[in-house]
Design a protein around this ligand. Sequence first.
Ligand code: AR6
Length: 173
Amino acid sequence: MEESLRQRIEIRQGDIAQLAVDAIVNAANTSLLGGGGVDGAIHRAAGPGLLAECKGIGGCPTGEARLTKGYKLPVKYVIHTVGPVYRGQPEDSRLLASCYRESLALADTHGVRSIAFPAISCGVYGYPVADACRIAVDSTVLFLNDHEQIQRVIFMLFSDENRKVYEDYLAGT
Ligand code: AR6
């Protein structure tokens, strides 16, 4: 990968709800009404204002994204996207790539310069992390290639194991 592009991508480990960036991405479900995992952590840290705004959106189809304010989080925006439940079908990768693309496009439209993603679909939704990582990084690189505004994309991994998967993949690109 070209060095200038590589410098816009960062891999970190920890709680995405603590990150101070312009926008964080939430791995939500189609109701947008909260849940466990990263969704639960984001809603807990954001406070009730986030759920109230989400209620007014009326859900989000798999592979799409919706934007809200950050409330008590140290971010301007939360971008809620709905990853596919992994079934081992070609459609899974198409929908997961769409989550990254749509989230980045929405962020771009709102003037975001720094954004962080969790490993969408890699928890409850069962997506194998090595495959999901490849899709996450490749979709992001494709987007950054012809969009200048977003200067920093952080992949925020929760576990040591997942962080290593991302680091290894990025090292090989
Ligand atoms: N910061 C960063 N990553 C996290 C955090 C956190 N605070 N907490 C968990 N992860 P999951 P999914 C990691 O299950 O598979 C929810 O109930 C986690 O280790 O949160 O897309 C929604 O409401 C895993 O690697 O999301 C949906 O119903 C990754 O985030 C459903 O789960 C994603 O795991 C979505 O499932």
